[in-house]
Design a protein around this ligand. Structure first.
Ligand code: FE2
Ligand code: FE2
Length: 527
């Protein structure tokens, strides 16, 4: 196995303390630091100050382990975790045999300082990351993380994606949005784990450390010019997800509550410290990416870039994200072994709740591309409910997709699923719930969308097929077929009590999966 790389060269990392590694990285990458300390930190030198008291390593236990795919899920896995105080020489060990893990592989340090005088007391968080490369496709690996004085956590496990161009077995992945920290969030994670997913998608609004979600500077209380913020919420959140995310790649997108003005102009400095994003999106959008798993191409977008409703980051990519999306959709659609394209992001193209309803910016900029490239499923959050559309083209219902129905996106249109009820307080619909076992057919629902300038435009819609006011997520069971057969994704909506309240099947004629035996797909990093 190739030695995994980190942000610090191995030979150098072995000689440097954690603080020195941090200083090394500070000189080579965008610096992450708290809002009002920025000026002081620049003037005074590193926020990770010399003379800091290191805890005895044996007294510090790593927490909050979370996995993410790299650019190529077949050969790369990124391991992240957290320590409460500085430690020396953090590392990961990995191997195909849990009793024979590798030598210690140095981890990268990303320290995050939060401080707003009179509002947020100084608070430091230490995130550690290791980028494992050169793994074999379709293999189970074991890993442990530790640091000087702490030999390693209990062994956990992950599995790489299957090789491309080879027949793949059926697999399941899961998705939701809008989680936060709560007993309902914890319950939902438990039911997600029961699905045994190969990866999980989170469509934005992750921890709610910023409970106001407007992307504004941090103040003591929310008002027209300020949000509030508590960085410690992230500690609780990452601990909450660890039982699942330490085994299942936890692939996040950014929502409005993830624009944390404390750290950087666009608010993503905290996110890039905590998470490992594949990094193959447009240069201006650090949280945007795509990957291929089996016969499914996945694209993660940042809808803050197109939101008329919450415009703090509106237009920040200057169109580069939409241009990248078009190129990436064209690329994925041209791949013979990619049957399905699933796109996920935060703000809804189609939802009817009273709280946020539909985002006109998404409709204007992205749904024409979803139509053109016949995207198979769009997954959103933002509205804290489950709601699912019929198959859509050009903003209208092209084909009705009842519960239990089958949709062929190339012929019928694209289904949009809002799955924003992973743990935060629930929203209300303007019409009665309608779901499996409780169907109330209703073809006209009064709603609205957010137009340019932030105006609410009322509309009466026919596309709201399933509505459920409760905690839920979707599980997607992928059944690949050989060339010419029918590949399917069975989409199930499952409540956090394990009850199924929606199901439909997406069907595609299978492309080339067999016979070549080469991984021709690369890492999608060059487009
Ligand atoms: Fe939300
Ligand atoms: Fe949101």
């Amino acid at each position: 196995m190739e030695i995994p790389r980190t942000g610090v060269p191995e030979a150098l990392a072995n000689r440097l303390s954690m603080a020195e590694q941090h200083d090394y990285l500070r000189s080579r990458r965008s610096v992450l630091r708290g809002g009002l300390l920025v000026g002081a930190a620049v003037a005074a030198g590193p926020a990770f100050l010399p003379g800091i008291a290191y805890a005895e390593g044996s007294q510090v236990t790593p927490t909050a382990r979370h996995l993410a795919f790299g650019r190529n899920p077949r050969t790369e896995m990124r391991v992240g975790w957290q320590v409460p105080t500085p430690v020396r020489k953090p590392f990961v060990r990995v191997g195909a045999d849990p009793k024979h893990l590798s030598q210690r592989i140095p981890a990268e340090v990303r320290a995050l300082h939060s401080e707003v005088p009179g509002v947020i007391a100084p608070y430091d968080q230490y995130y550690l990351h290791a980028d494992l490369c050169g793994l074999h496709p379709g293999r189970t690996y074991y890993y442990s993380v530790g640091h000087e004085g702490f030999d390693g956590t209990a062994v956990s496990t992950f599995r790489t994606a299957p090789a491309r161009w080879l027949p793949t077995r059926p697999f399941t992945f899961t998705a939701f949005g809008d989680q936060g920290v709560s007993t309902d969030a914890l319950a939902e994670n438990g039911v997600v784990a029961q699905q045994n997913p190969v990866f999980h998608l989170l469509a934005g609004d992750i921890a709610y450390a910023d409970p106001n979600g407007a992307g504004k500077p941090i103040g003591g209380k929310p008002d027209a010019d300020h949000d509030t913020f508590d960085p410690k919420v992230w500690d609780a959140y990452l601990t909450q997800i660890e039982p699942v995310a330490s085994k299942v790649p936890w692939m996040v997108a950014t929502g409005n509550h993830d624009m944390e003005a404390l750290y950087t102009d666009n608010g993503y400095g905290g996110q890039t410290a905590r998470w490992d994003f594949p990094g193959n999106g447009p240069a201006s959008c650090p949280t945007v990416y795509s990957f291929i798993y089996g016969n499914v191409g996945v694209i993660s977008l940042d809808a803050n870039d197109v939101s008329n409703e919450i415009p703090h980051n509106l237009g920040y990519s200057q169109g580069s994200q939409t241009a990248w999306l078009k190129r990436r959709l064209a690329y994925l659609r041209s791949q013979p072994d990619v049957d399905f394209i699933v796109v996920f992001f935060h703000h809804c193209a189609y939802s009817t709740t009273k709280n946020h309803a539909s985002e006109g910016g998404v409709r204007d900029q992205w749904t024409p591309l979803f139509d053109r490239y016949e995207v198979d499923l769009v997954i959103n959050g933002h509205n804290h409910v489950y709601e699912r559309s019929d198959a859509m083209r050009a903003g209208q219902v092209k084909t009705e997709v009842p519960i239990g129905g089958i949709v062929r996106p190339d012929r019928d249109g694209t289904v949009y699923a809002t799955c924003g009820s992973a743990g935060r307080s629930l929203y209300a619909f303007p019409a009665p719930d309608s779901y499996a076992g409780h169907e109330i057919p209703l073809r006209e629902v009064p709603s609205y969308y957010w137009a340019k300038g932030g105006a609410k435009v009322t509309e009466t819609v026919a596309w709201s097929r399933v509505r459920y006011t409760g905690y839920a997520f979707i599980a997607l069971d992928v059944q690949p077929a050989f060339f010419g057969g029918k590949s399917t994704i069975t989409v199930r909506c499952v409540t956090n009590h394990g009850q199924e309240i929606d199901r439909f099947v997406i069907e595609r004629r299978a492309g080339l999966h067999a016979g070549i035996g080469l991984d021709l797909g690369g890492d999608l990093g060059d487009l």
